[in-house]
Structure formats: C-alpha cells, structure tokens
Design a binder for this molecule. Structure first.
Ligand SMILES: Nc1ncnc2c1ncn2[C@@H]1O[C@H](COP(=O)(O)OP(=O)(O)O)[C@@H](O)[C@H]1O
Ligand SMILES: [Mg+2]
Length: 294
C-alpha cells in the first residue's frame, strides 16, 4: 500500500515540527532517518491517525487520511516507540484485547493469535505476564499486535532502543521478512538499522526533508568526501573539532579515523569509499544539497 505525503505541515502551537514535507512511500521497507527532535514520531503519529495535521495531505492506498481515518486504521499496524502495555496481562490476553479493538471476531482472534505467537516465537511464553518480558520479547509482542488483522501498512517507530545486538538483528530480520508483501515504515536515528534492509530512505532534520531516495543514492552524497587519516592520540580532539569523524579505532598506538570533508584533511589523508553513515552525515551537514532530492 502506497503512502503519499503532500505538503504536510504540523505545528505544536508556535513550533513547526513538520515543515512542508512531500514524498512518497511504496511497497517494501522504507527507512525514515533523522536525529532526535527531527519530527519522526510526529510523522508516524499523523500516519497512524493519532495526531491531526495542521496543513497538507496524507494519502494512504489512494484514500485521504483526513477524509477516512477508519479505512487507514483498519489497514494499519503500529509499533510505537513506547509501549503502554498492560503489564498484568499475559501475551495471549493482550493480543485478544487488541484484536477485539480491531474488530476481529472471537474465532478470527483465536486463529490469528496462535499463528502470530508462533511467528514471533512467543508461544511458550504466551501465558506469562507481559510485565516480566525482556525488551526483545516486548518488541516481538509489539510486532504480533501490529500484525493482527493482517494490515498492509506497518509503521514502526524507533524499534531497537533497549534491545541487545542479537535481539536487534532478529527484530530487523523479522521486519525485512514482513516487508516482502507489505509497506513497512521504519523510523530510526541509527543508520545501521536501515543499512541492510531498506529499499528507500528519507532523511528528516528539524522538520524538513533533506533527502529522499535509495540507500545507494544516500551513500553517493558522500562520494569523494570520505577520508582515512592516521593520527597521534594527542591530535585527536583537535581533529574531532575540525572535521566530521564517523569512526575511529586504535591501531598500533595511533588512531585510524574516518572523516567526511570536501578537501583532503591535513593534506595527508587517503580517499576511501563512502558508507551509508557518511552519506547521512553529508546530507546532515548540507553538503551536496543540489542533488539531495534526486
Ligand atoms: N506534543 C508536543 N508539543 C510540543 N512540541 C512537541 C510535541 N511533541 C513533539 N514536540 C516537538 O516536536 C519536535 C519533533 O519531535 P518528535 O516528532 O518526537 O521527533 P523525533 O521522533 O524525530 O525525535 C521536537 O522538537 C519536540 O520537542
Ligand atoms: Mg521519536
């Protein structure tokens, strides 16, 4: 199901949280990337009909969200940033409750819940209180509740906070699997979360769209601007203050750093291939702006 965002504006009082956004989201996994405060959660909550817009349009599956929010709710699953789970319920009871809110019959609920618990690997823990779940289990339960009713659009807000690396990978794989037949919108401030999985990416900063395109096109934003530089530990802080450093590691008592810069830093750096992280840094720094909406 396609999502079309047209000249969208959201104000909280005098503060403009979304500033004339226009872009389109198609089937597959879509990454919405941006630092804290960029407006990601605001946009997710608008798409899920929880928050009214100030101006502009959101068209989901050809239907204007403002005209028919009921249609959107029926076709949408939402995995919010913070779960307000009823901690005293067990997973089965919770899914049964959400399913009835979505208008599923008792029989449909029983059937879907059994399948979904299998799918997210929670069958064995279905009778345990949700309050005793680990972060990863809660996220998987979050996926299961979002999938009730088999929605064609799934919105996931900052999913990997509080997950250990193994859980993060498992969660990411599950989302990739889901995005096969559906549209999955994944918002995150962690570039690695979208690295492997997304077919398209948008970058938000302070409510503005500063990039939209494929992950490869985002990498291209840093083309010929990524350098490797070896420095003495004493030089580190000066260099960090002067250049955009994307990574550094200790090597034989020296530091090997990756930097984003237009010119060869200190005249003794080696050009290297850009990665997604550097493409993101380049658009955040406003480098290569003319091409950012290609
Ligand atoms: N209910 C609100 N009232 C006023 N300002 C808000 C409200 N919710 C969010 N904001 C502000 O809007 C901006 C975007 O917030 P948010 O959408 O949560 O960004 P993100 O999810 O990218 O971190 C932030 O500056 C935040 O402080
Ligand atoms: Mg957020």
């Amino acid at each position: 199901m396609d999502v079309k965002i047209v000249d969208l504006v959201k104000d909280y009082g005098k503060f403009r949280a979304l500033d004339h956004l226009s872009f389109q989201i198609s089937k597959g996994m879509f990454g919405l990337l941006g630092p804290n405060g960029a407006g990601k959660t605001t946009l997710m909550r608008i798409i899920t009909t929880l928050l009214p817009v100030t101006n502009g349009q959101v068209i989901i599956g050809g239907v204007d969200l403002m005209r028919d929010p009921g249609f959107v709710r029926k076709n949408l699953g939402y995995i919010p940033q913070d779960f307000g789970f009823y901690k005293s319920l067990n997973a089965y009871e919770l899914l049964d409750y959400v399913g009835s809110m979505k208008g599923l019959s008792r029989k449909e609920r029983r059937h879907q819940i059994t399948t979904l618990l299998e799918q997210v690997n929670l069958t064995r823990d279905a009778k345990r209180r949700v309050g005793s779940y680990s972060g990863g289990m809660k996220q998987r339960l979050g996926i299961a509740q979002a999938l009730l009713g088999n929605p064609q659009l799934i919105v996931v807000d900052e999913p990997t906070a509080g997950l250990d690396p193994e859980e993060r990978i498992r969660f990411r794989n599950l989302l990739t699997h889901l995005s096969g037949q559906r549209t999955v919108i994944l918002s995150t401030h962690i570039v690695a979360d979208i690295e492997a999985s997304c077919s398209a990416v948008a970058v938000l900063n302070r409510g503005q769209l500063i990039f939209s395109g494929t992950p490869d096109a985002l990498v291209q934003q840093a083309k010929d601007r990524v350098w490797q530089l070896e420095v003495e530990p004493g030089e580190y802080s000066q260099i960090e203050n002067t250049f955009k450093v994307t990574s550094s590691r200790a090597m034989n008592g020296r530091l090997q750093m990756r930097l984003v810069a237009d010119e060869n830093p200190l005249g003794r750096s080696t050009p290297i291939e850009a990665g997604l992280e550097e493409g993101y840094m380049a658009v955040m720094a406003g480098v290569g702006n003319e091409a950012a909406h290609a």
